[in-house]
Design a protein around this ligand. Structure first.
Ligand code: PLP
Length: 414
């Protein structure tokens, strides 16, 4: 059974080597010598599996990629310089000007601006819809769009998508589905459920230590009768015909990474692997702590402060949480303090918690959303993304949950 015991065993055994150096070697080389001209040609043709040049891959990064691919149940993976790098790589690799991407639910601010501003400047259209707006979703799929993106848990909206239904619709309309699984590594398994590509910001829980910025795209195998053979993906067909089940990897490398260089570096990949060794232990603990903290804060914080987390009975997606997110939905919970001034006051009285723009850290973090990550967004967009004036996002860490609760209660009292 793929439980936390399974993943801890898989991860420690795959990160460490049995002979010679136990810790993964850091190959800090940008270029790699070839035996002879024939080997150089073979490597560039993709027929010899040796390093080409670090923009296209690095041995330390390759080890990280193979571990995360196994962990997510994928055929292969590509590590990138950041989570945004992974999203940008996949979207630019699969889309062309005049194509359209559908974004379902609330989104991290960077993903929203990537799609809504940057990709639009290059002629890629987009639409956003509420997480359960299946009439919009189905209409867009019927129109023949090429790509759908959804976060496994909206950050910071905390809306939970109906993944099985979205996956079934994307299969029916032969449309690629990307799931950003940053918030729920191990607890949600999008590739096993039928998604096509999984994205992670490895900066978050996978590392846990805030020492390495990184991203990852994990791919399923391309099948003989695959949705990618649909005529709307015809410009990818030469790569599909040549590369078969591994085709999504050269599609991303040759249509994005080679030319835009969002490649991971060896030291970052090494640090990410150190984090991976303990990922399952940390995920289990955080997912145990979050509902305890949410309940205690809901019960004990003064009334104007509203606590939001799907484990709470009054949350919009509580039923879905109980049915489909039974292992937890990651480290985030939010407090709505009613106003920016009240939120600032509470934040500035916290003694234990760190104020920063990150999630999934080993330490508990908090941040006022509207004045930071979402400050450039108009009010309507903030509302759509679940960001109100007084909203604080909390990312629960590994500390004693009682200490975390105490810090928030004392800050609120002060
Ligand atoms: N996806 C989600 C859900 C995130 O929370 C973040 C970052 O906060 C990203 C993607 C982007 O990752 P990175 O900061 O590594 O570029």
């Amino acid at each position: 059974m793929k439980d936390y015991n399974y993943f801890t065993t898989l991860l420690v055994q795959n990160v460490g080597s049995k002979t010679r150096a136990i810790a993964p070697p850091i190959t800090s080389s940008a270029a790699f010598g070839y035996e002879n001209a024939q080997e150089a040609e073979g490597i560039f043709m993709g027929e010899i599996n040796n390093p080409l040049y670090a923009r296209m891959g690095n041995p330390t990064t390759a080890k990280l990629e193979s571990i995360v691919a196994k962990m997510e149940g994928g055929l292969g993976a590509i590590a990138t310089a950041s989570g945004m790098g992974a999203l940008a790589m996949v979207m630019t690799a699969f889309l062309n000007a005049k194509d359209e991407v559908l974004c379902i639910g609330g989104f991290f601010g960077g993903t929203y601006t990537l799609v809504n501003e940057t990709m639009r400047r290059f002629g890629i259209e987009s639409s956003f819809c509420e997480v359960d707006d299946f009439s919009h979703i189905e209409r867009k799929l019927q129109e023949g769009i090429k790509l759908v993106v959804v976060e496994s848990v909206g950050n910071p909206s905390l809306r939970l998508p109906n993944l099985p239904k979205i996956i079934a619709l994307c299969h029916h309309y032969e449309t690629l589905l990307i799931v950003d699984n940053t918030v729920t590594p191990l607890t949600i398994r999008p590739l096993e459920m039928g998604a096509d590509i999984v994205i992670h910001s490895t900066t978050k829980a996978m590392s846990g230590h805030s020492a390495a910025l990184g991203g990852m795209a994990v791919f399923r195998a391309v099948k003989e009768k695959d949705k990618l053979h649909h005529k709307k993906y015809k410009d990818l067909h030469p790569i599909l015909n040549k590369m078969g089940k591994k085709a999504m990897i050269p599609i991303c490398k040759k249509r994005a990474m080679r030319d835009m260089g969002m490649s991971a570096n060896a030291f970052g990949s090494f640090l990410t692997m150190l984090g991976l060794e303990t990922l399952a232990l940390r995920i289990e603990r955080v997912n145990r702590s979050v509902p305890i903290i949410a309940r205690a804060l809901e019960k004990n914080l003064p009334t104007p402060i509203k606590v939001s987390h799907p484990s709470l009975a009054n949350h919009y997606d509580h039923e879905r949480y109980c049915a489909a997110y039974d292992k937890g939905c990651g480290p985030i919970l939010t407090l709505d303090c009613g106003s920016k001034a009240a939120a600032f006051k509470l934040l500035n009285h916290l003694k234990l918690v760190t104020q920063t723009a990150n999630i999934g850290d080993n330490r508990t973090l908090a941040l006022h959303m509207a004045s930071t990550i979402y400050r450039d967004f108009d009010q309507e967009t903030q509302k759509f993304l679940g960001v109100s004036d007084g909203l604080i996002r909390i990312s629960v860490g590994l500390e004693d949950p009682e200490m975390i609760i105490k810090d928030f209660l004392e800050a609120a009292e002060a």
